[in-house]
Design a protein around this ligand. Sequence first.
Ligand code: AMP
Ligand code: MG
Length: 500
Amino acid sequence: MTTATVETPAIFAFDNTYARQLEGFYQAIKPASVAQPRLLRLNHGLAEELGVGAIGELEDGELASLFTGNTLFPGADPIAQAYAGHQFGGFSPSLGDGRAHLLGEVKDRNGRRRDIALKGSGRTQFSRSGDGKAAVGPMLREYLIGEAMHGLGIPTSRALAVAATGEPVYRERLLPGAVLTRVASSHLRIGTFQYFAARGEHAKVRQLADYAIERHDPDLLSHPDRYLEWLRAVARRQAKLVAQWMNVGFIHGVMNTDNMSLSGETIDYGPCAFMEAYDPKTVFSSIDEGGRYAYGNQPLAAQWNFARFAEAVLPLIDEEDPDRAVGPASEIVEQFEQHYQRDWLDGMRSKLGLDQPKEDDVELVNDWLQLLHSESIDFTLGFRALAEAAGGKRERLERLFGEKSNIEPWLARWQAQISSSPLAAEQRAQSMSRVNPVYIARNHLVEAALSAASERDDLEPFERLLQALANPFEERKEFADLVEPAPAEVTACYQTFCGT
Ligand code: AMP
Ligand code: MG
Protein backbone atom coordinates (compact mmCIF):
# COMPACT_ATOMS: atom_id res chain seq x y z
CA MET A 1 0.00 0.00 0.00
CA THR A 2 1.22 3.50 -0.69
CA THR A 3 0.41 6.63 1.29
CA ALA A 4 -1.99 8.93 -0.48
CA THR A 5 -2.11 12.69 -0.42
CA VAL A 6 -5.11 13.14 -2.69
CA GLU A 7 -8.44 14.73 -1.81
CA THR A 8 -7.52 15.65 1.76
CA PRO A 9 -8.14 19.31 2.55
CA ALA A 10 -5.16 21.32 3.81
CA ILE A 11 -5.35 21.16 7.60
CA PHE A 12 -2.02 22.32 8.92
CA ALA A 13 -0.12 25.19 7.35
CA PHE A 14 3.16 23.32 7.55
CA ASP A 15 6.49 25.07 7.41
CA ASN A 16 9.14 22.38 7.62
CA THR A 17 12.35 24.15 8.61
CA TYR A 18 14.03 21.06 10.05
CA ALA A 19 13.67 19.16 6.78
CA ARG A 20 14.55 22.20 4.70
CA GLN A 21 17.47 23.66 6.62
CA LEU A 22 19.07 20.59 8.12
CA GLU A 23 19.75 18.17 5.33
CA GLY A 24 22.03 15.42 6.58
CA PHE A 25 20.43 15.44 10.03
CA TYR A 26 17.68 12.97 9.25
CA GLN A 27 16.32 10.31 6.96
CA ALA A 28 13.46 11.35 4.68
CA ILE A 29 10.98 8.53 5.04
CA LYS A 30 7.23 8.04 4.92
CA PRO A 31 5.17 6.46 7.69
CA ALA A 32 4.13 2.85 7.13
CA SER A 33 0.60 2.04 6.02
CA VAL A 34 -1.59 0.18 8.46
CA ALA A 35 -4.43 -2.27 8.00
CA GLN A 36 -7.44 -0.76 9.69
CA PRO A 37 -7.07 2.74 11.05
CA ARG A 38 -9.52 3.74 13.73
CA LEU A 39 -9.52 6.96 15.73
CA LEU A 40 -9.43 6.39 19.49
CA ARG A 41 -9.05 9.91 20.78
CA LEU A 42 -8.71 13.41 19.39
CA ASN A 43 -7.54 16.24 21.62
CA HIS A 44 -10.02 18.96 20.69
CA GLY A 45 -8.56 21.53 23.08
CA LEU A 46 -5.10 21.13 21.62
CA ALA A 47 -6.50 21.21 18.08
CA GLU A 48 -8.05 24.58 18.95
CA GLU A 49 -4.75 25.80 20.31
CA LEU A 50 -3.09 24.83 17.05
CA GLY A 51 -5.73 26.74 15.13
CA VAL A 52 -7.14 23.57 13.53
CA GLY A 53 -10.26 23.14 15.65
CA ALA A 54 -12.22 22.44 12.47
CA ILE A 55 -10.34 19.17 12.14
CA GLY A 56 -12.96 17.64 14.44
CA GLU A 57 -15.49 18.06 11.67
CA LEU A 58 -13.67 15.66 9.37
CA GLU A 59 -15.21 12.25 9.14
CA ASP A 60 -13.78 9.67 11.58
CA GLY A 61 -12.40 7.46 8.84
CA GLU A 62 -10.50 10.35 7.36
CA LEU A 63 -9.12 11.37 10.75
CA ALA A 64 -8.05 7.80 11.49
CA SER A 65 -6.27 7.58 8.18
CA LEU A 66 -4.42 10.86 8.82
CA PHE A 67 -3.52 10.06 12.41
CA THR A 68 -2.05 6.66 11.60
CA GLY A 69 -0.02 8.05 8.73
CA ASN A 70 -1.99 6.09 6.12
CA THR A 71 -2.85 9.38 4.48
CA LEU A 72 -0.16 12.02 4.66
CA PHE A 73 -1.30 15.43 5.89
CA PRO A 74 -0.94 17.74 2.89
CA GLY A 75 2.24 19.77 3.26
CA ALA A 76 3.91 17.24 5.57
CA ASP A 77 7.52 16.35 4.81
CA PRO A 78 8.08 13.27 6.97
CA ILE A 79 11.54 12.59 8.37
CA ALA A 80 13.18 10.45 11.03
CA GLN A 81 15.61 12.55 13.07
CA ALA A 82 19.11 11.35 13.89
CA TYR A 83 20.19 11.40 17.53
CA ALA A 84 22.47 9.62 19.94
CA GLY A 85 22.20 9.33 23.70
CA HIS A 86 23.61 8.22 27.01
CA GLN A 87 21.29 5.45 28.10
CA PHE A 88 21.65 4.65 31.79
CA GLY A 89 25.14 6.12 31.65
CA GLY A 90 26.39 4.27 28.57
CA PHE A 91 26.77 6.09 25.26
CA SER A 92 24.87 4.86 22.20
CA PRO A 93 26.20 6.78 19.19
CA SER A 94 23.19 6.02 17.03
CA LEU A 95 19.63 5.98 18.31
CA GLY A 96 17.37 8.26 16.27
CA ASP A 97 13.68 8.03 15.48
CA GLY A 98 13.27 4.29 15.16
CA ARG A 99 9.51 4.45 15.23
CA ALA A 100 8.63 8.10 14.82
CA HIS A 101 8.16 10.50 11.93
CA LEU A 102 8.34 14.24 12.24
CA LEU A 103 5.69 15.47 9.83
CA GLY A 104 6.61 19.13 10.04
CA GLU A 105 6.10 22.31 12.03
CA VAL A 106 3.15 24.62 12.40
CA LYS A 107 2.62 27.95 14.13
CA ASP A 108 0.00 27.72 16.86
CA ARG A 109 -2.50 30.45 17.67
CA ASN A 110 0.06 32.26 19.80
CA GLY A 111 2.60 32.23 17.02
CA ARG A 112 4.69 29.51 18.69
CA ARG A 113 6.30 26.99 16.39
CA ARG A 114 5.30 23.42 17.23
CA ASP A 115 6.40 20.07 15.82
CA ILE A 116 3.78 17.60 14.69
CA ALA A 117 5.13 14.05 14.82
CA LEU A 118 3.82 10.51 14.66
CA LYS A 119 5.04 7.83 17.06
CA GLY A 120 4.60 4.13 16.36
CA SER A 121 4.40 4.92 12.65
CA GLY A 122 6.81 2.38 11.21
CA ARG A 123 10.42 1.45 10.71
CA THR A 124 13.22 3.82 9.71
CA GLN A 125 16.97 3.50 9.25
CA PHE A 126 17.22 4.02 13.01
CA SER A 127 14.98 1.11 13.99
CA ARG A 128 17.79 -1.40 14.58
CA SER A 129 16.00 -4.56 15.76
CA GLY A 130 12.76 -2.74 16.63
CA ASP A 131 9.53 -3.16 14.71
CA GLY A 132 8.79 0.57 14.46
CA LYS A 133 5.45 0.07 16.15
CA ALA A 134 3.67 1.03 19.34
CA ALA A 135 0.77 -0.45 21.30
CA VAL A 136 -2.52 1.16 22.28
CA GLY A 137 -1.80 1.06 26.04
CA PRO A 138 1.53 2.93 26.04
CA MET A 139 0.30 5.49 23.50
CA LEU A 140 -2.81 6.27 25.54
CA ARG A 141 -0.55 6.40 28.55
CA GLU A 142 1.62 9.05 26.90
CA TYR A 143 -1.56 10.97 26.05
CA LEU A 144 -2.86 10.79 29.59
CA ILE A 145 0.33 11.67 31.43
CA GLY A 146 1.09 14.50 29.01
CA GLU A 147 -2.32 16.00 29.68
CA ALA A 148 -1.85 15.48 33.42
CA MET A 149 1.43 17.40 33.27
CA HIS A 150 -0.17 20.12 31.19
CA GLY A 151 -2.98 20.38 33.73
CA LEU A 152 -0.35 20.79 36.44
CA GLY A 153 1.22 23.65 34.49
CA ILE A 154 4.42 21.74 33.67
CA PRO A 155 5.96 22.19 30.21
CA THR A 156 5.33 19.07 28.17
CA SER A 157 4.84 17.59 24.75
CA ARG A 158 1.19 16.75 24.22
CA ALA A 159 -0.83 14.25 22.25
CA LEU A 160 -3.11 15.50 19.53
CA ALA A 161 -4.54 12.08 18.78
CA VAL A 162 -4.24 8.34 19.25
CA ALA A 163 -5.43 6.07 16.47
CA ALA A 164 -5.51 2.29 16.49
CA THR A 165 -3.88 0.53 13.55
CA GLY A 166 -5.95 -2.64 13.59
CA GLU A 167 -2.67 -4.57 13.57
CA PRO A 168 -1.16 -6.65 16.34
CA VAL A 169 2.10 -5.64 17.98
CA TYR A 170 4.32 -8.42 19.33
CA ARG A 171 5.60 -7.70 22.84
CA GLU A 172 5.62 -10.08 25.84
CA ARG A 173 2.23 -10.87 24.39
CA LEU A 174 0.12 -9.74 21.45
CA LEU A 175 -1.16 -6.19 21.84
CA PRO A 176 -3.31 -3.96 19.68
CA GLY A 177 -1.23 -1.41 17.75
CA ALA A 178 -1.62 2.37 17.74
CA VAL A 179 -0.04 5.57 16.50
CA LEU A 180 0.28 8.68 18.65
CA THR A 181 0.37 12.18 17.16
CA ARG A 182 2.70 14.27 19.28
CA VAL A 183 2.97 18.03 19.49
CA ALA A 184 6.15 19.52 20.94
CA SER A 185 7.99 22.84 20.87
CA SER A 186 10.67 20.87 19.07
CA HIS A 187 12.21 17.43 19.18
CA LEU A 188 15.74 18.74 19.66
CA ARG A 189 17.32 16.61 22.36
CA ILE A 190 20.67 16.64 24.09
CA GLY A 191 21.26 13.47 22.11
CA THR A 192 20.73 15.28 18.80
CA PHE A 193 23.87 17.31 19.50
CA GLN A 194 25.74 14.29 20.80
CA TYR A 195 25.11 12.43 17.55
CA PHE A 196 27.17 14.90 15.53
CA ALA A 197 29.67 15.79 18.26
CA ALA A 198 30.59 12.11 18.69
CA ARG A 199 31.35 11.93 14.95
CA GLY A 200 33.55 14.99 15.16
CA GLU A 201 31.20 16.86 12.83
CA HIS A 202 31.59 20.21 14.51
CA ALA A 203 30.25 22.22 11.58
CA LYS A 204 27.03 20.28 11.94
CA VAL A 205 26.92 20.82 15.69
CA ARG A 206 27.19 24.53 14.97
CA GLN A 207 24.50 24.40 12.31
CA LEU A 208 22.22 22.58 14.71
CA ALA A 209 23.02 25.03 17.52
CA ASP A 210 22.18 27.97 15.29
CA TYR A 211 18.93 26.30 14.38
CA ALA A 212 18.12 25.62 18.04
CA ILE A 213 18.94 29.18 19.08
CA GLU A 214 16.76 30.62 16.37
CA ARG A 215 13.97 28.36 17.44
CA HIS A 216 14.12 28.55 21.22
CA ASP A 217 16.29 31.54 22.11
CA PRO A 218 16.02 34.02 19.24
CA ASP A 219 16.96 36.87 21.59
CA LEU A 220 20.47 35.44 21.74
CA LEU A 221 21.07 35.53 18.00
CA SER A 222 22.87 38.84 18.19
CA HIS A 223 24.65 38.16 21.50
CA PRO A 224 28.46 38.30 21.23
CA ASP A 225 28.72 35.17 23.42
CA ARG A 226 25.69 33.47 21.98
CA TYR A 227 26.73 29.84 22.53
CA LEU A 228 27.70 30.34 26.14
CA GLU A 229 24.51 32.27 26.85
CA TRP A 230 22.52 29.61 25.06
CA LEU A 231 24.10 26.97 27.28
CA ARG A 232 23.00 29.01 30.28
CA ALA A 233 19.45 29.34 28.93
CA VAL A 234 19.16 25.59 28.41
CA ALA A 235 20.49 24.97 31.93
CA ARG A 236 17.85 27.27 33.39
CA ARG A 237 15.02 25.60 31.51
CA GLN A 238 16.04 22.06 32.25
CA ALA A 239 16.72 22.80 35.92
CA LYS A 240 13.35 24.47 36.23
CA LEU A 241 11.60 21.57 34.58
CA VAL A 242 13.10 19.02 36.95
CA ALA A 243 12.23 21.26 39.91
CA GLN A 244 8.63 21.22 38.71
CA TRP A 245 8.71 17.43 38.45
CA MET A 246 10.02 17.19 41.99
CA ASN A 247 7.34 19.53 43.25
CA VAL A 248 4.58 17.21 42.05
CA GLY A 249 6.26 13.85 42.67
CA PHE A 250 6.72 13.01 39.00
CA ILE A 251 9.24 10.32 38.11
CA HIS A 252 10.23 10.35 34.44
CA GLY A 253 11.75 6.90 34.65
CA VAL A 254 14.12 7.04 31.69
CA MET A 255 16.08 10.29 31.82
CA ASN A 256 18.55 9.32 29.13
CA THR A 257 20.12 12.21 27.23
CA ASP A 258 18.01 11.35 24.18
CA ASN A 259 14.92 12.02 26.28
CA MET A 260 15.95 15.50 27.46
CA SER A 261 14.56 18.27 25.33
CA LEU A 262 16.35 21.56 24.62
CA SER A 263 13.02 23.35 24.89
CA GLY A 264 12.68 22.41 28.56
CA GLU A 265 9.56 20.36 27.95
CA THR A 266 8.96 16.90 29.34
CA ILE A 267 9.21 14.43 26.47
CA ASP A 268 9.14 10.69 25.87
CA TYR A 269 6.73 9.32 28.39
CA GLY A 270 7.65 5.70 28.86
CA PRO A 271 7.84 4.08 32.26
CA CYS A 272 7.02 7.32 34.06
CA ALA A 273 4.80 7.48 37.13
CA PHE A 274 3.79 9.64 40.06
CA MET A 275 5.09 8.85 43.52
CA GLU A 276 2.50 8.10 46.17
CA ALA A 277 3.94 7.71 49.71
CA TYR A 278 6.92 10.04 49.88
CA ASP A 279 10.25 8.27 49.51
CA PRO A 280 13.16 9.70 47.53
CA LYS A 281 14.20 6.17 46.55
CA THR A 282 10.94 5.54 44.71
CA VAL A 283 11.46 3.94 41.33
CA PHE A 284 8.82 2.14 39.26
CA SER A 285 10.54 1.37 35.98
CA SER A 286 11.29 -2.32 35.43
CA ILE A 287 14.43 -1.46 33.45
CA ASP A 288 15.86 0.92 36.05
CA GLU A 289 17.37 -1.83 38.17
CA GLY A 290 19.98 0.34 39.88
CA GLY A 291 17.53 3.14 40.64
CA ARG A 292 19.58 5.59 38.57
CA TYR A 293 16.44 7.57 37.79
CA ALA A 294 14.72 7.21 41.17
CA TYR A 295 12.66 10.21 42.28
CA GLY A 296 15.37 11.72 44.47
CA ASN A 297 18.12 11.22 41.88
CA GLN A 298 16.42 13.20 39.15
CA PRO A 299 18.07 16.58 39.81
CA LEU A 300 21.53 15.00 39.75
CA ALA A 301 20.68 12.94 36.65
CA ALA A 302 19.50 16.11 34.90
CA GLN A 303 22.73 17.90 35.78
CA TRP A 304 24.78 14.93 34.60
CA ASN A 305 22.86 14.95 31.32
CA PHE A 306 23.38 18.66 31.00
CA ALA A 307 27.13 18.21 31.45
CA ARG A 308 27.06 15.83 28.45
CA PHE A 309 25.32 18.57 26.49
CA ALA A 310 27.95 21.13 27.51
CA GLU A 311 30.67 18.72 26.34
CA ALA A 312 28.98 18.27 22.98
CA VAL A 313 28.81 22.00 22.27
CA LEU A 314 32.13 22.99 23.87
CA PRO A 315 33.95 23.49 20.54
CA LEU A 316 31.41 26.16 19.60
CA ILE A 317 32.11 28.30 22.61
CA ASP A 318 35.72 29.01 21.77
CA GLU A 319 36.48 28.00 18.23
CA GLU A 320 40.20 28.73 18.38
CA ASP A 321 40.87 26.99 21.65
CA PRO A 322 38.10 24.77 23.01
CA ASP A 323 40.15 24.26 26.19
CA ARG A 324 39.52 27.89 27.06
CA ALA A 325 35.79 27.16 27.01
CA VAL A 326 36.06 24.50 29.69
CA GLY A 327 36.14 26.99 32.59
CA PRO A 328 33.04 29.03 31.70
CA ALA A 329 31.11 25.95 30.55
CA SER A 330 31.91 24.07 33.77
CA GLU A 331 30.73 27.05 35.75
CA ILE A 332 27.36 26.84 34.00
CA VAL A 333 27.20 23.11 34.68
CA GLU A 334 27.83 23.83 38.36
CA GLN A 335 25.21 26.59 38.38
CA PHE A 336 22.66 24.07 37.17
CA GLU A 337 22.36 22.91 40.76
CA GLN A 338 21.79 26.43 42.07
CA HIS A 339 19.11 27.08 39.45
CA TYR A 340 17.47 23.85 40.41
CA GLN A 341 17.66 24.56 44.15
CA ARG A 342 16.18 28.00 43.74
CA ASP A 343 13.31 26.83 41.53
CA TRP A 344 12.63 23.87 43.77
CA LEU A 345 12.56 26.06 46.87
CA ASP A 346 10.32 28.63 45.18
CA GLY A 347 7.94 25.82 44.32
CA MET A 348 8.05 24.35 47.82
CA ARG A 349 7.46 27.76 49.38
CA SER A 350 4.30 28.14 47.33
CA LYS A 351 3.23 24.63 48.21
CA LEU A 352 3.66 25.33 51.92
CA GLY A 353 2.12 28.80 51.72
CA LEU A 354 5.34 30.50 52.79
CA ASP A 355 4.74 33.85 51.15
CA GLN A 356 7.37 35.71 53.20
CA PRO A 357 10.66 34.01 52.31
CA LYS A 358 12.91 33.33 55.32
CA GLU A 359 16.38 31.87 55.70
CA ASP A 360 15.26 28.72 57.45
CA ASP A 361 12.50 27.84 54.95
CA VAL A 362 14.69 25.09 53.48
CA GLU A 363 14.85 23.44 56.87
CA LEU A 364 11.11 23.72 57.33
CA VAL A 365 10.52 22.16 53.91
CA ASN A 366 13.00 19.36 54.49
CA ASP A 367 11.57 18.56 57.90
CA TRP A 368 8.10 18.38 56.39
CA LEU A 369 9.37 15.97 53.73
CA GLN A 370 11.13 13.96 56.43
CA LEU A 371 7.81 13.73 58.23
CA LEU A 372 6.03 12.53 55.10
CA HIS A 373 8.78 9.96 54.69
CA SER A 374 8.87 8.61 58.22
CA GLU A 375 5.07 8.38 58.40
CA SER A 376 4.70 7.05 54.81
CA ILE A 377 2.30 9.80 53.86
CA ASP A 378 1.05 10.24 50.33
CA PHE A 379 3.05 13.14 48.86
CA THR A 380 0.14 14.71 46.98
CA LEU A 381 -2.44 14.36 49.71
CA GLY A 382 -0.02 15.49 52.40
CA PHE A 383 0.42 18.88 50.75
CA ARG A 384 -3.25 19.15 49.87
CA ALA A 385 -4.23 18.42 53.46
CA LEU A 386 -1.88 21.14 54.63
CA ALA A 387 -3.50 23.60 52.23
CA GLU A 388 -6.84 22.79 53.82
CA ALA A 389 -5.35 23.08 57.31
CA ALA A 390 -4.12 26.56 56.39
CA GLY A 391 -7.78 27.50 55.97
CA GLY A 392 -8.73 25.93 59.31
CA LYS A 393 -9.97 22.56 57.98
CA ARG A 394 -7.84 19.90 59.63
CA GLU A 395 -9.90 16.74 58.94
CA ARG A 396 -7.85 15.50 56.00
CA LEU A 397 -4.57 16.16 57.77
CA GLU A 398 -5.71 14.31 60.89
CA ARG A 399 -6.99 11.40 58.85
CA LEU A 400 -3.74 11.14 56.93
CA PHE A 401 -1.36 11.34 59.85
CA GLY A 402 -3.51 9.55 62.41
CA GLU A 403 -3.59 10.21 66.13
CA LYS A 404 -0.18 8.95 67.07
CA SER A 405 1.77 11.02 64.61
CA ASN A 406 4.64 13.40 65.35
CA ILE A 407 3.30 16.21 63.26
CA GLU A 408 2.41 18.71 66.04
CA PRO A 409 5.87 20.21 66.65
CA TRP A 410 6.34 20.77 62.93
CA LEU A 411 2.87 22.26 62.58
CA ALA A 412 3.65 24.69 65.37
CA ARG A 413 6.81 25.85 63.56
CA TRP A 414 4.88 26.20 60.30
CA GLN A 415 2.10 28.17 62.02
CA ALA A 416 4.65 30.48 63.59
CA GLN A 417 6.25 31.05 60.20
CA ILE A 418 3.01 31.81 58.34
CA SER A 419 1.54 33.95 61.12
CA SER A 420 4.23 36.57 60.40
CA SER A 421 2.52 37.23 57.05
CA PRO A 422 -0.44 39.55 56.55
CA LEU A 423 -2.21 37.02 54.31
CA ALA A 424 -5.64 35.92 55.59
CA ALA A 425 -6.04 32.20 56.34
CA GLU A 426 -8.61 31.70 53.61
CA GLN A 427 -6.43 33.42 51.02
CA ARG A 428 -3.45 31.30 51.97
CA ALA A 429 -5.53 28.13 51.74
CA GLN A 430 -6.69 29.17 48.30
CA SER A 431 -3.25 30.01 46.99
CA MET A 432 -1.90 26.71 48.36
CA SER A 433 -4.74 24.82 46.69
CA ARG A 434 -3.79 26.34 43.37
CA VAL A 435 -0.37 24.67 43.49
CA ASN A 436 -1.15 21.46 45.39
CA PRO A 437 -3.18 19.16 43.17
CA VAL A 438 -5.85 16.89 44.52
CA TYR A 439 -5.72 14.62 41.45
CA ILE A 440 -2.60 13.08 39.98
CA ALA A 441 -2.31 10.24 37.47
CA ARG A 442 -2.18 7.54 40.12
CA ASN A 443 -0.72 4.26 38.96
CA HIS A 444 -3.70 2.05 39.71
CA LEU A 445 -6.07 4.47 37.97
CA VAL A 446 -3.85 4.76 34.93
CA GLU A 447 -3.57 0.98 34.70
CA ALA A 448 -7.32 0.50 35.04
CA ALA A 449 -8.03 3.11 32.37
CA LEU A 450 -5.47 1.65 29.98
CA SER A 451 -6.51 -1.94 30.38
CA ALA A 452 -10.19 -1.05 29.85
CA ALA A 453 -9.19 0.73 26.64
CA SER A 454 -6.71 -1.82 25.42
CA GLU A 455 -8.46 -5.05 26.42
CA ARG A 456 -12.15 -4.15 26.26
CA ASP A 457 -12.12 -1.20 23.89
CA ASP A 458 -13.78 0.80 26.67
CA LEU A 459 -12.45 4.37 26.76
CA GLU A 460 -14.85 5.57 29.44
CA PRO A 461 -12.44 5.28 32.42
CA PHE A 462 -9.73 6.96 30.32
CA GLU A 463 -12.02 9.89 29.44
CA ARG A 464 -13.08 10.29 33.03
CA LEU A 465 -9.54 10.30 34.40
CA LEU A 466 -8.52 12.74 31.70
CA GLN A 467 -11.30 15.08 32.78
CA ALA A 468 -10.21 15.03 36.40
CA LEU A 469 -6.55 15.56 35.48
CA ALA A 470 -7.28 18.46 33.15
CA ASN A 471 -8.11 20.51 36.20
CA PRO A 472 -6.20 18.85 39.02
CA PHE A 473 -6.48 21.63 41.57
CA GLU A 474 -10.25 21.77 41.74
CA GLU A 475 -11.81 19.09 43.89
CA ARG A 476 -15.08 17.74 42.47
CA LYS A 477 -17.47 15.37 44.18
CA GLU A 478 -18.00 13.21 41.11
CA PHE A 479 -14.30 12.30 41.13
CA ALA A 480 -14.10 11.32 44.81
CA ASP A 481 -12.87 7.84 43.86
CA LEU A 482 -9.86 9.31 42.04
CA VAL A 483 -8.32 10.97 45.08
CA GLU A 484 -6.96 8.18 47.26
CA PRO A 485 -3.72 6.28 46.65
CA ALA A 486 -3.68 2.58 45.86
CA PRO A 487 -3.27 0.26 48.85
CA ALA A 488 0.40 0.22 49.86
CA GLU A 489 0.76 -3.47 48.91
CA VAL A 490 -0.28 -2.66 45.35
CA THR A 491 2.15 0.25 45.07
CA ALA A 492 4.98 -1.83 46.54
CA CYS A 493 4.74 -4.28 43.61
CA TYR A 494 3.95 -1.73 40.95
CA GLN A 495 6.23 -1.67 37.93
CA THR A 496 6.11 0.33 34.76
CA PHE A 497 7.38 -0.93 31.43
CA CYS A 498 8.85 0.86 28.48
CA GLY A 499 6.26 -0.64 26.19
CA THR A 500 8.68 -0.46 23.28
P1 AMP B 1 12.93 5.33 24.12
O1 AMP B 1 13.29 4.32 25.12
O2 AMP B 1 11.50 5.33 23.71
O3 AMP B 1 13.43 6.69 24.44
O4 AMP B 1 13.68 4.87 22.78
C1 AMP B 1 15.06 4.69 22.66
C2 AMP B 1 15.42 4.36 21.24
O5 AMP B 1 14.81 3.14 20.83
C3 AMP B 1 14.98 5.38 20.20
O6 AMP B 1 15.97 5.43 19.21
C4 AMP B 1 13.70 4.80 19.66
O7 AMP B 1 13.40 5.27 18.38
C5 AMP B 1 14.04 3.32 19.65
N1 AMP B 1 12.85 2.46 19.72
C6 AMP B 1 12.05 2.27 20.79
N2 AMP B 1 11.06 1.40 20.50
C7 AMP B 1 11.22 1.05 19.21
C8 AMP B 1 10.51 0.17 18.32
N3 AMP B 1 9.44 -0.51 18.70
N4 AMP B 1 10.97 0.07 17.06
C9 AMP B 1 12.05 0.75 16.64
N5 AMP B 1 12.76 1.57 17.43
C10 AMP B 1 12.36 1.72 18.70
MG1 MG C 1 13.16 8.39 23.61
